[in-house]
Ligand binder design. Structure first.
Ligand code: FMN
Ligand code: 173
Length: 381
């Protein structure tokens, strides 16, 4: 993934065929995904790559970022830096790792490798409840780099509460409540494969073998707005609500005690035909402007879903996201290269972002303001 510059050929030297296994000299996520698919079990590939229903929303997510166009600023004498803060934690990049489950299926190092890879890139990792390593084990692997813990409602509410407290004790900097999974989406590929966690891998945050993985049963009403403040109090952490796609919901979450909202369609894995993050983001940003978080500060907004290039990321920042998170690209990075693969993806995309910022005359993430983008299309005048 970190490409090497090719040596210039000596005069008369016969060119050798390119090594087909050598990684390309730029961040080529399609190539990375191809290589990951070649080493994983097909049912695992389906689980990681798949989406709900017709997979229309899965396919649309990256395309939706590309319905925006950048409006570069020229003659600004700018060399971009990507450093920023997320809920007060300093990071080298606004590109983070989205929470994704069962990372030991991709690589034996699992979440521990991802944590090390993200820390090496100066990027924030959000750790899934459905991890193969425990809350505490992953926290230790970050080596002090900031990380967030993502929470799902467990079969037993006492167990959910316990996980929230443990996240606070383990030193995570925020608790991310995923609210778009009151029940699991219908993922046809997984249903066809009868997908289950492979034998030998554990759900490290589940106390008993008979404890069901989330989500709770269909008859469980799930979380309500009041749980936002309750989890903030239990954990002692700022709460981020993940899976918000409407302005009214975003405001309600903030008024219930959230410090930030995370615009996400769960990678197209929950509701098919859902509005893509790239189109929901402006509505959410507009709605929370003027609201204040529990500490009196501005409400941060993040986005994920189909972010694959530096230009996609810059569009998201211009639309008001403070950070973007990558799901599947980090799945393929971990699969192909463990911690180094994760670092390569995060550093590669951050490098693309910095390059695009420089080309667009944007010095810092905060300098990516809405005037930097316009909706794609032709005007008739
Ligand atoms: C294999 C997989 C597992 C996921 N598991 C979780 C999870 O445990 N918790 C969660 O909040 N989101 C989960 N997500 C959703 C991601 O956090 C994120 O919203 C989505 O992957 C972003 O889209 P992208 O994959 O197109 O980058 C998962 C996504 C994938 C692909
Ligand atoms: O697969 C997912 O998208 C996900 O979020 C999840 C839900 C339950 C258990 C493991 C992962």
């Amino acid at each position: 993934m970190t490409g090497q510059t090719q040596r210039r050929r000596a005069p008369g030297e016969v060119p050798r065929a390119a090594d087909p296994t050598a990684p390309p000299p730029f961040l080529d996520l399609d190539d990375l995904e191809r290589r990951a698919r070649a080493v994983l079990d097909p049912a695992v590939v389906d689980y990681y790559a798949g989406g709900a229903g017709t997979e229309t929303s899965l396919a649309e997510a990256p395309v939706a970022w590309r319905t925006w166009r950048l409006r570069p600023r020229v003659l600004r004498g700018v060399t971009a830096t990507t450093a920023t803060t997320l809920l007060g934690s300093a990071v080298a990049t606004p590109v983070g790792v989205a929470p994704w489950a069962y990372q030991a299926m991709a690589h034996p190092g699992g979440e521990l490798a991802t944590a090390r890879g993200a820390a090496a890139a100066g990027a924030l990792m959000c750790v899934s409840t459905s991890a193969n390593h425990s809350v505490e084990e992953v926290a230790a692997a970050t080596g002090g780099a900031p990380a967030w813990f993502q929470l799902y409602a467990q079969h037993s509410p006492a167990h959910t509460d316990d996980l929230a407290r443990r996240a606070g004790d383990a030193g995570y900097r925020a608790l991310v409540l995923t609210v778009d999974l009151p029940v699991l989406g219908r993922r046809h590929r997984d249903l066809r494969n009868d997908f289950a966690l492979p034998a030998g891998l554990r759900m490290a945050n589940h106390p008993a073998p008979d404890d069901r993985p989330p989500p709770a049963a269909d008859d469980d009403p799930g979380w309500v707005l009041a749980d936002v403040g309750r989890f903030a109090e239990l954990s002692g952490l700022p709460v981020v609500v993940k899976g918000v796609l409407r302005g009214d919901d975003a405001v309600a979450c903030v008024q219930a005690g959230a410090s930030a909202v995370w615009v996400s369609a769960h990678g197209g894995r929950q509701v098919d035909l859902v509005v893509p993050s790239a189109h929901a983001l402006p509505e959410v940003v507009d709605a929370v402007r003027g609201e204040t978080g529990p500490d009196g500060g501005d409400v941060e907004v993040y986005a994920d879903g189909g972010v694959r290039t530096g230009s996609d990321a810059l569009v998201a920042l211009a639309l008001g996201a403070r950070a973007v998170f990558l799901g599947r690209p980090t799945v393929w990075g971990l699969t192909c290269g463990g911690a180094d693969g994760v670092t390569a993806v995060l550093a590669g995309l951050t490098g693309e972002l910095a390059h695009t910022m420089t080309l667009c005359g944007v010095a810092t993430p905060a300098g990516a303001t809405p005037d930097l983008v316009t909706r794609y299309g032709w005007t008739t005048r």
